[in-house]
Design a protein around this ligand. Sequence first.
Ligand SMILES: Cc1cc2nc3c(=O)[nH]c(=O)nc-3n(C[C@H](O)[C@H](O)[C@H](O)COP(=O)(O)O)c2cc1C
Length: 173
Amino acid sequence: MDTWDAIRARRNVRVFANRPIAPDELDRVLQAGWMAPSAGNRQHRDFVVSTDRRQLQELAEVWQHAGHVGASAATVVTVIPVPASERDRELDQFDAGQAVMAMMLAAADLGIGSGHASVRNQAMARTILGIPESHECAAMLALGYPAERPLTPVKNLNRRPFGDVVHRGRWQG
Ligand SMILES: Cc1cc2nc3c(=O)[nH]c(=O)nc-3n(C[C@H](O)[C@H](O)[C@H](O)COP(=O)(O)O)c2cc1C
């Protein structure tokens, strides 16, 4: 898929086919996260990847809207240090978001669906994944082949109108 098609085809996929992701394709997705930019190249993020059904089902319980993680082929948890300051939190969360988006696009390029999930119960996620107290989970990204429609450019995009969102030169209310 070319980049523009991958950008247009990515959508949150929450229902996955019962089909594993080939290890080299999963690594490609992880490499996209690894290569993503970060403020000052600080690289304050690690990725814990799970393909174990039982562990995935446990992870699905860390937030009420994380159910799709349980049936994913793999889930990547982006982990950041517990921030020392509000500024650190802003930067690390922003950089985690950039890594997640890069992984979503790399996945879409391979026809692999992806779906965010937040992490509300940090203590539970730490226990499931063996993450030390010094770190916390910024986001989960469930991955798998879409059970329903394959990834093709989304036609009826649920977005605010382009002309309302883009301000040329000066803010226009
Ligand atoms: C920071 C962030 C957290 C999100 N958390 C969840 C979540 O916990 N569960 C979920 O089902 N979707 C989650 N989403 C997905 C959004 O609901 C989704 O991206 C949005 O509705 C737009 O749909 P689309 O991605 O299909 O374009 C999250 C998205 C972002 C950016």
